[in-house]
Design a binder for this molecule. Sequence first.
Ligand code: TNX
Length: 509
Amino acid sequence: APPSTPAEPGKEKSNVPSTAGYSALVPVPVRAAAAPGAAWVLAPGTRIHTAPGSAEAAGVGEFLAGLLRRATGYPLPVEASDAPAGITLALEPGALDHDGEEGYRLDVTAAGVAIRAARPAGLFFGVATLRQLLPAAVESAAGAQADGWTVPGGSVADRPRYAYRGFSLDLARHYFTPAETRRFVDHLARYKFNTLHLHLTDDQGWRIAIDGRPNLTGVGAATQVGGGPGGFWTQDDYRAVVAYAAERFVTVVPEIDMPGHTNAALVAYPELGCDGGTYTPYTGVKVGFSALCVDSEKTYAFVDEVVGQIAALTPGPYLHIGGDEAHTLPKDAYARFMARAQSVVERHGKRVMAWHQLADAAPVPGAVLEYWNQSGKDADRVAAAARGGAKVVLAPADHTYLDMAYAGGERLGLTWAGTVDVRQSYEWEPATHLDGVPQDAVLGVEAALWGETVTSVADAEYLVFPRLAGVAETAWSPRDARDWDGFRGRLAAQAAYWDAAGIGYAKRL
Ligand code: TNX
């Protein structure tokens, strides 16, 4: 097969493979090697065979078929079968257990494409790799390319470095619909993320319906930054997003931010505050001014109702209770609240996740702290909590806050943690980022898109791409395989896929 070359403008319809190739995969795999001379061609008669007896493997097969049918127009039947076919998705528990829950093997020979894994999640991540070995038109709608669906020969052996690979979307500052949110799930699926953190509530809006609390959505959802109409999800909307994410091996972590960041809830139910009921909708971008009344039982009845319903809607293990920037509360009041809120989460069967300020209270055993500050600030507090058994997800604002502007003087993005260009978002090391945090306490990495300046999907994609790809590699790839010069080249090869998918991205490297 010809060596992989980037797509040339105007050449999209040629038969020359324009895949990123084995040396341009993002995130860079543990091992990948091209087999020069070998190649396989996806053809109108190609079949997809999936591990017999596994509904999940069949689901991965249908996901792949859906994507390929859309681009090629081929029928691509999915059949439960062990027989080698065009594309095989095989489960080999036992033999491949050492690849872990999410690892996979991919082999492309003239006979076909074989993806093998111990678990269905591994098959899905193998499919993500296959997408990057196909011509970029695989990401586009029907009719984009009639033929020439060549996959270069070679093999990949791969598994993630970190178990938690997340992206956080802020629906509260500017509302995103379920359909818009699903589009971000699609982006996560391209880059082997496995967690979608939804910031569902904040001062500017409450975005999820809670039975028995109609004002949360009737009043609390009707605002957003800048004064727009806001919006909210019904519980069915939320369930549908959770299911859509699950089909892509993405777990939803819902966040109900408290005791601060609660102005929208206070406007809806003023009795949740201590100030006797004078709250007005907030559409600015300040933080830290609101708080629930921490010594009122009404507050804990509310927390129990909300956490109980969100827990029941959420199959994933974590429930994020925020806990950031409750600047109006004395430290002991904050700690009292967080102790009770954590016990509510546990009573409803979920594991506590919170921003790293929880380190100032008493994290329950097994709690996950999400570190967000810049330049290692607060490392000592997080390290103490981690030594006490807390786990840590790293979302350092000066690297993985995708709402930080790329550079000075831009319309989009904040700059409180400085500007974050593509290199800055990529070049940092999770294992040693926070002094004193044991390496085995680091559960993973998260990119966060806060919504203060983000008014549309186009705004969001501009901030997210290309930086999301770098966060993906930070979270997935082996430490030794990562380097900026290599990443730059791999990243450049992704642009053709984003163009084909209609993703608006910032043209920066
Ligand atoms: C800080 S970091 C916040 C958010 C803002 C964000 C903007 C953290 C836990 N809280 O409320 O939206 O900065 O970058």
